[in-house]
Write a protein that binds this ligand. Structure first.
Ligand SMILES: [Zn+2]
Ligand SMILES: [Zn+2]
Length: 194
């Protein structure tokens, strides 16, 4: 057995070994079902579930079901591919999956937050650099089906979700409360990105 086999990852879809993708750098591919993913994902499943080790106990929470894990993998496949395409190699999970108890403990968290279903992630963005990049690449966000809370309500983080908001807008206002930072960005973008 060579080292590569020894350290190989198993396909999340069918359990077969993943191999280096023959043509796409940085990706591995299941040679049984064809599923592909990043070899070293920017955000790992563990970082997502534990909110970057803030809540390690969530890995053993009874609410961490197969459905939650499947949702999280679907979310992370898209968000990681999105970040990779933006040439971003590091991102910090400020808030990942939330159990109902944790969601309730977060001030101003939405009652039906998509974090509860592992369909949303908050990435740290203390200085607004991530926001600037994302606002200039909404075509790529559209390609991966990623939606954002209006950054005037999230000035130091970026809320990404793979659920279409009620308005269908790529960037949507998340709350009836006033914005936290009304000049975080212009608040307008081309509607072709919706
Ligand atoms: Zn497979
Ligand atoms: Zn969020």
């Amino acid at each position: 057995m060579n080292l590569r086999q020894f350290t190989a990852k198993l396909c999340e879809k069918c359990g077969t070994y993943m191999i280096q993708h023959p043509t796409i750098h940085g990706y591995i591919k299941c040679h049984s079902c064809g599923y592909m993913k990043m070899e070293n994902p920017i955000i790992t499943l563990e970082n997502y579930i534990t909110s970057n080790s803030l809540h390690p106990e969530l890995l053993n929470d009874p609410g961490y079901t197969k459905e939650i894990q499947d949702n999280a993998n679907r979310l992370l496949d898209k968000v990681n591919a999105f970040l990779h395409e933006l040439n971003i190699s590091q991102a910090k999970v400020n808030s990942g999956w939330r159990s109902p108890t944790i969601n309730t403990s977060i001030p101003n968290a939405a009652k039906g937050s998509n974090h509860l279903k592992a369909l949303a992630v908050d990435l740290g963005d203390a200085n607004g650099e991530l926001r600037k990049i994302v606002l200039s690449k909404l075509d790529i966000a559209k390609k991966y089906g990623i939606y954002f809370e209006d950054m005037r309500w999230t000035p130091t983080w970026l809320h990404c979700q793979i659920v279409v908001p009620g308005s269908g807008k790529r960037i949507y206002i998340p709350s009836t409360a006033p914005a936290i930072k009304s000049d975080a960005w212009s608040g307008t973008y081309d509607s072709k990105f919706n």
